[in-house]
Write a protein that binds this ligand. Structure first.
Ligand SMILES: Nc1ncnc2c1ncn2[C@@H]1O[C@H](COP(=O)(O)OP(=O)(O)OP(=O)(O)O)[C@@H](O)[C@H]1O
Ligand SMILES: O=C(O)C1=C[C@@H](O)[C@@H](O)[C@H](O)C1
Ligand SMILES: [Mg+2]
Length: 165
């Protein structure tokens, strides 16, 4: 199946770039964070508050692993790389594209990770989370696109260039 799945840190641009790339390339688009909210009838931060980070990851794994799509750009949340079933499913149904951004840029974009609903474990810093996830992004990526030093428009151009090949 010819899907494209974006992975990367929260605020890497999976949703922002995903929808623009889908329009430009004639793909459909699925933002899995919105699908989770729709299926659970709750906002993401409400799920995290009610079930904790581990509980949220269980929901995220289940819903991502059930995604059925064709010729679709799929933008899951940044924490999907902790979800083994989901990632094995995505590796089967498409190409996994890692949007790579430096820690400094992510920190600037996110500000307070708690306010953005980042799935941090108790006491974990954003830096620790970045290092932990980096290994997983690299493990699952079929293609890596580095955003450093690029504006949003330049990043979109680079992503389109790579995907059009
Ligand atoms: N060069 C860039 N590439 C991508 N996004 C950028 C860039 N510069 C600024 N941004 C901004 O960073 C934000 C990215 O947010 P977005 O919600 O798309 O991230 P995400 O990867 O979907 O995060 P999440 O994992 O939380 O779903 C947007 O506000 C976007 O405008
Ligand atoms: O990267 C994360 O930890 C998250 C990103 C969001 O998209 C949501 O999926 C959720 O708030 C967790
Ligand atoms: Mg998103």
């Amino acid at each position: 199946m010819d899907n494209i799945i974006f992975i990367g840190m929260p605020a890497a641009g999976k949703s922002t770039i995903g929808v623009v790339a889908a329009k430009r390339l004639g793909y459909s688009f699925l933002d899995v964070d919105l699908l989770i909210q729709e299926k659970e009838k709750k906002l993401l931060h409400e799920i995290i508050e009610e079930r904790g980070t581990e509980g949220f990851l269980e929901v995220e794994d289940r819903i991502n692993a059930q995604v059925e799509a064709e010729h679709c750009i799929i933008s899951p949340g940044g924490s999907v790389v902790y979800c083994k079933n989901a990632m094995e499913h995505y590796k089967r149904i498409g190409k996994v594209v890692y949007l790579q951004v430096s820690y400094e840029t992510i920190k600037d974009r996110i500000g307070d990770p708690h306010e953005r609903g980042v799935a941090l474990r108790d006491g974990q810093t954003l830096r620790e989370l970045y290092e932990e996830r980096r290994v997983l992004f690299e493990k699952y990526a079929d293609i890596t696109i580095c955003e450093d030093g690029l504006t949003l428009e330049e990043t979109i151009g680079k992503v389109l260039n790579v995907l059009e090949k």
